[in-house]
Design a protein around this ligand. Structure first.
Ligand code: CP
Length: 304
């Protein structure tokens, strides 16, 4: 594997290697000196054509912890605004001797397109509603950390599956590792091709939560909707919002995940987000170690 474009291009041994490498880096970043000199000779460009808090900062920190040289590019402050194309933009950056590109883009397939047209290692940091592979890897890594392993676990992804790159990458990653996967949400927010993905489908939140070990709660992505979808936010929260009363009514204690950003009081209440059952900030913490592992493993191929 020369790039990380999506989970669909990985196999279960790739994921195992990433997690074992991340275990090492997690130990490193908990030392008093959090840095290793491994990538002193590597330059990485972070290209963000879409907003981000967690992914952007997590990649930058991971790169700096590995001692890589880092440049950051935000499309909204760039010559993209004057009409420069994606390939021209990236080739100009690469001519400054950049080895690796981390890219977030609103268009599905943008990372694959880039990998076919420029000479650098590409990491997909989210492409439209397609894939968000590093998010899915840090999510599985966090399940492994909390529950011991991913294999055999029952994971439900709740919410706006239709517009979610996190959902698709998680489905692929969890299935590769032998987890059972369910999606739960209103029919209007489930993609037409859902039956082809090999997942269970449930529209009743309580049934889904009573089935699962882990619930990954997604945000409704209003910014990707061309029309106002049914249900309204108020109806969505009534039917799919997770409160402490909902959690306490279940037969067993489940683990709550969320990729962020959270709409507190919509898909989960603050009490749930901040409870001991939630591993939301553990996910963010693990993101740095998992991204260090991915960058380190791809950079080792540049050096070959
Ligand atoms: N989880 C995630 O991708 O968050 P950001 O959009 O803030 O990067």
């Amino acid at each position: 594997v020369n790039h990380l474009l999506g989970i669909k291009y990985l196999n279960k041994d790739d994921i195992k290697l990433i997690f074992e490498t991340a275990d090492h880096f997690k130990e490193v970043i908990n030392r008093p000196i959090k840095k290793v000199p491994s990538l002193r000779d590597i330059t990485i460009a972070n290209l963000f054509f879409e907003n981000s808090t967690r992914t952007k900062l997590s990649f930058e920190l991971a790169e700096k912890r590995l001692s890589a040289d880092v440049i950051n590019f935000s499309a909204s402050q760039s010559s993209v605004k004057k009409g420069e194309t994606l390939i021209d933009t990236v080739n100009n950056i690469l001519s400054m001797k950049v080895d690796m590109v981390v890219m977030r883009h609103p268009n599905p397939g943008a990372s694959v397109f880039l990998s076919q047209h420029v000479n650098a290692r590409i990491i997909n940091a989210g492409d439209g509603a397609h894939e968000h592979p590093t998010q899915a890897l840090l999510d599985s890594y966090s399940i492994r950390e909390r529950l011991g392993e991913v294999k055999g676990k029952k994971v439900v992804i709740v919410g706006d599956i239709l517009h979610s790159r996190v959902a698709l990458s998680n489905i692929f990653a969890l299935q590769l590792q032998g987890a059972e996967v369910m999606v739960c949400g209103p029919k209007t927010l489930l993609p037409k091709y859902i039956d082809k993905l090999g997942v269970k489908v449930e529209t009743n939140l309580l049934k889904a939560l009573n089935w699962c070990d882990v619930a990954n709660m997604l945000r409704v992505q209003n910014e990707r909707m061309e029309v106002n979808y049914f249900p309204s936010t108020r109806e969505y929260t009534q039917q799919y919002g997770v409160t402490m009363d909902v959690l306490n009514s279940l037969k067993k204690e489940i683990t709550i995940m969320h990729p962020g950003p959270i709409n507190r009081g919509v898909e989960i209440t603050s009490e749930v987000a901040d409870s001991n059952q939630a591993i939301i900030l553990n996910q963010v913490e693990n993101g740095v170690a998992v991204r260090m592992a991915i960058i380190y493993l791809l950079a080792s191929k540049i050096k070959q």
